[in-house]
Design a protein around this ligand. Structure first.
Ligand SMILES: [Fe+2]
Length: 448
């Protein structure tokens, strides 16, 4: 172990038991406000409809949020009687693939709303009395944090369902900020050396982020910002989608079989590229990060640009490592929670912000917009870290370990602050692009 490598302490650890309860209650309440916005925005017909085979009906997500909260907070932490044991199976994500969910005898919109409300009332009763120590599930209110993150993750999934929904816009938010400050260098050098990856101290971190472990990273260059639409259009216009040489074998097969010719939701007009965004038709904004691309498209663009995707450890070192102190930070800007000045999160805007819009969110090495805007594909498969232990259940992440999933990092404009940090890991199939996915490139140092 290199002696000066440390992990920044978590601010949650400084809270008293009462402070933790307040923090958890606030986080749960914010998540519910968002779930309510997403489900109240459409009528009952839209709530029960399947807008895409890739997604559940919104009303399934809503009751599933309540079902998980009942299982963990009401029954397990609280030791209370089940409210609705009869519906456990319907909302078990492992029992029914998304495509089959509309055919299930699901709770209707009114029943689902009533159910999640009843569960929440009980969960708050449990929160008032639950010990915040003595048992790992409740240590520093972990179970409440886990359920908050679960709800926020489903909120992001519901936001993706809104993007797939046909019809007039129903969600509204101010436009994302534009670039601030002077021009940025295209790339940043991350010096060779070890750093501490993952976390052993963040109380609400999930099992796959644990434990902190020292890893070596060779020196490399990483793009200062995610790849923008203007940059991506150059790849399109250069015929990138028609030239097999830029694509991996699996990527080319996918591109051919599905006749992929541009990012999802894009189409070509005589005056350029257009896209739909939550029901709005608009010219593709040049300065924003490209979004709705699969891993295979990201990989092909990187090859065309003479670069590659960063590995997961490279991404995390660029995001967390402070070369002055040897410390791995909680976030690129430091240890304090995200704010509107630091990152585009939480559906505050309904799109990514222009590259260069968040100078206050840059890492010590000067890498921008690592948190928020778009999820970033990495070249890494999803695996457990050395010393990984499944908690609180194998299905949280362990059953997904393996080469079929690629890791995404950093969160999107649709990710809430409660469900993102420098160590947070997301994973998906390399063909997926209904998610808010983009990427940035990296490359080896020349001459190395
Ligand atoms: Fe879930």
């Amino acid at each position: 172990m290199t002696e000066n490598l440390t992990e920044a302490p978590s601010l949650l650890r400084e809270l008293s038991t009462e402070g933790l309860r307040e923090h958890a209650a606030g986080a749960l309440t914010r998540a519910r406000q968002r779930s309510t916005v997403l489900t109240d925005a459409v009528d009952d017909g839209d709530l029960v409809r399947q807008h895409s085979k890739l997604m559940s009906p919104l009303v399934w997500d809503l009751a599933h949020i309540g079902s998980q909260e009942e299982l963990w907070l009401v029954r397990d932490v609280g030791g209370r009687e089940p409210l609705r044991p009869d519906i456990d199976d319907l909302y078990d994500a492992f029992q029914h693939p998304r495509a089959d969910r509309p055919a299930l005898p699901l709770l209707g919109p009114a029943e689902a709303r009533e159910y999640v409300g009843e569960v929440r009332a009980k969960a708050f009763e449990v929160l008032e009395k639950a010990p915040m120590e003595g048992r790992r599930l409740t240590e520093a209110a972990f179970a409440f944090g886990m359920i908050t993150q679960h709800e926020q993750q489903h909120d992001e999934t519901m936001l993706a369902t809104h993007q797939l929904r046909k019809g007039e816009p129903v969600l509204h938010a101010p436009p994302a900020p534009t670039r601030r400050g002077g021009p940025l260098p295209a790339e940043v050098e991350v010096p060779a050396g070890a750093f501490l990856m993952g976390t052993s101290v963040e109380p609400w971190s999930l099992d796959n982020e644990r434990p902190a472990h020292e890893v070596w990273v060779d020196g490399f260059l990483i793009d200062t910002t995610p790849v923008t639409n203007a940059e991506y259009v150059r790849f399109l216009e250069a015929g990138g989608y028609d030239q097999q040489r830029w694509w991996s074998e699996a990527g080319w097969k996918y591109r051919q079989e599905h006749d992929i010719t541009a990012p999802r939701f894009w189409w070509r007009e005589t005056d350029g590229w257009w896209r739909t965004r939550f029901g709005v038709r608009e010219p593709v904004p040049a300065g924003q990060p490209v979004m709705h691309v699969s891993f295979y498209e990201a990989e092909a663009y990187a090859a065309w640009a003479g670069k590659r995707l960063p590995t997961e450890r490279e991404w995390e070192k660029a995001a967390r490592f402070d070369p002055a102190t040897g410390q791995s930070r909680r976030y690129p800007w430091g240890n304090e929670e995200p704010t509107a000045e630091r990152a585009n999160l939480g559906q505050a805007h309904l799109s990514p912000a222009e590259a260069g819009a968040y100078p206050a969110g840059a890492s010590p090495l000067g890498v921008h917009q690592l948190i928020g805007d778009v999820w970033e594909w990495t070249s890494s498969d999803f695996h457990g870290y050395p010393g990984f232990a499944a908690f609180p259940y194998r299905e949280y992440s362990e059953v997904f370990f393996g080469p079929e999933y690629k890791v995404l990092r950093g969160g999107s404009f649709g990710t809430d602050a409660a469900a993102i940090r420098g160590t947070f890991r997301n994973w998906d199939y390399p063909i997926r692009r209904q998610i808010f996915s983009g990427f940035r490139c990296a490359r080896d140092l020349p001459g190395v």
